[in-house]
Design a protein around this ligand. Sequence first.
Ligand code: ADP
Ligand SMILES: N[C@@H](CCOP(=O)(O)O)C(=O)O
Length: 308
Amino acid sequence: MNKNEIKIFSPATVANVSCGYDVLGFCLDTIGDEMVVRKTDRKGIYITKIEGYDLPLDATKNVAGVSALAMIADAKPNFGFEIEIYKNIKPGSGIGSSSASASGSVFAINELLGRPYNKTQVTDFAMKGEALASGSEHADNLAPGIFGGFTLVRSTSPLEVLQLPTPKDVYATIIHPQIEIKTSDARAILPKTFPLKDAITQWANLGSFVHALHTSDYELLKRSLQDVIVEPHRSQLIPHFAEVKLAALAHGALGASISGAGPSIFALSKGIENAKNVEKAMRNVYSKTSIAFETYVSKINTEGIREI
Ligand SMILES: Nc1ncnc2c1ncn2[C@@H]1O[C@H](COP(=O)(O)OP(=O)(O)O)[C@@H](O)[C@H]1O
Ligand SMILES: N[C@@H](CCOP(=O)(O)O)C(=O)O
């Protein structure tokens, strides 16, 4: 017997991970949204409550509604769904706020339907919602949220997601300056073409990063966490980016870069003590400014979205 209601935790995620623009991502554990989804007699998708941030209740204007509508257009159930969203992830944060909603609704509906879709198909529906926020279909936040751990999106059409291993001692530190950068704006500022020599550097680093995850080679992980394509352009949108990155590296981070489209900055470290030292160092930089900020230290969440 399928359930009528489900409550889920939909975690924040870090996309790009320095060397993997639009393809690489990982899942966080200490911050995420909660959602309640229930079956209702009236057909369609109804967002009945949003707490935390001011977002549209209209299902066609909310990423959670758009992905859910795509799923029910395919599944054609003879009932509908009500969605309540309890947002903790600020929209425009760079830690996958829109992705958590777009993937959370379809994860929950799939559960209530008795899991007719596999994780790749769920991600595909979620991409329809994510496209509303960013202006293009990308799955580098959605895939780690739905699959858990580190993921690589080999292709979005057709969608192919590779689940990568998570070395057991890797922790993430995030600093989120409380300014908003819309993903669509941060995408629009990127050049359309790049020098071949930069592309070579980037794909060498991406390949090495994936190899480092498979072999738990922390030194290689460190050398691979470089972004010569996107970071030089987007870092200009983030106040004190260079200082935060330098501070993180000086206090033991394996690497640091922009989380998603920013303004959040992430670092990866070996061991939770290093990750906490990095958090302190990042906080020190922003404490000297008038910009409000939040920080998080998190293990890599290998489960992804979960029922609570
Ligand atoms: N359920 C939702 N959660 C978050 N943002 C949403 C939602 N529905 C629509 N949006 C819109 O998506 C944009 C935020 O997405 P985006 O710029 O990708 O930020 P983030 O990096 O935090 O995902 C905002 O314009 C917001 O109004
Ligand atoms: N690859 C995308 C990722 C956007 O992530 P978000 O968390 O900022 O929505 C991009 O870099 O544009």
